[in-house]
Design a binder for this molecule. Structure first.
Ligand code: HEM
Length: 176
């Protein structure tokens, strides 16, 4: 908010140093990636027999490494179903094996910094120019439509512009 006011007063747009000055936005993005990432896991083919925790994956088999089960495992995260960006404060390590929204190793997503930058710019404009109320306080995971049979998962919310200044109250909803 402070940054938005300052930029409005100066008539400037966001710069790279502004982006770097928003560490809490990064914790929100990190927590969103942990709980509701668009990519839930990756497919791999075993090039040789592999044993993991007593389970054999024979050579040639395909398997799915399911990130979400790791991201929502309470042995990795306290209260894993609670959206808590503060858990990432104090520069907590985001390059651990327990947090892999962008994959890892040789196939690590090359777009990860761009993705974080885009999400950050979106969030900055969204929270400083709009207000919203969700009809239900719930987590919506992608894909929002799993199969032709399953009903689409949607999150209904009311969106309000805060066009008369970010400190002002609610106006008429733009959408519902
Ligand atoms: C939130 C946004 C994004 C998420 C969660 C994401 C996630 C991932 C993941 C998990 C992989 C690894 C796939 C695997 O190991 O099989 C991957 C690969 C890749 N991503 Fe992203 N990605 C995102 C945004 C982007 C963006 C913005 C770009 C480019 C502009 C990008 C380009 C790529 C490419 C080219 C690969 C293939 C890398 C390779 O196979 O060597 N991604 N991404």
């Amino acid at each position: 908010m402070k940054l938005k006011r300052l930029k409005d007063q100066l008539g400037e747009s966001l710069s790279w140093s502004d982006y770097l000055s928003l560490p809490f936005t990064q914790t929100v993005i990190t927590e969103t990636l942990r709980m509701g990432n668009i990519i839930i896991g990756v497919m791999r083919k075993a090039m040789k027999d592999i044993e993991i925790k007593g389970h054999l994956i024979p050579k040639g088999w395909c398997f799915f490494a399911y990130f979400r089960s790791v991201h929502l495992d309470e042995s990795n995260y306290d209260w894993p179903y609670q959206f808590n960006p503060w858990r990432w404060q104090d520069n907590k390590d985001i390059s651990s094996c327990n947090f892999t929204p962008f994959g890892g190793g040789q196939r690590l997503c090359p777009g990860l910094d761009l993705a974080r930058l885009e999400a950050s710019i979106f969030l900055h404009h969204f929270v400083t120019q709009f207000r919203w109320v969700a009809e239900e306080d719930t987590v919506v995971n992608f894909p929002t439509k799993n199969t032709n049979q399953a009903p689409a998962q949607t999150l209904k919310f009311h969106l309000y512009p805060s066009s008369q200044g970010i400190q002002n109250g609610w106006e008429k909803p733009l959408t519902s």
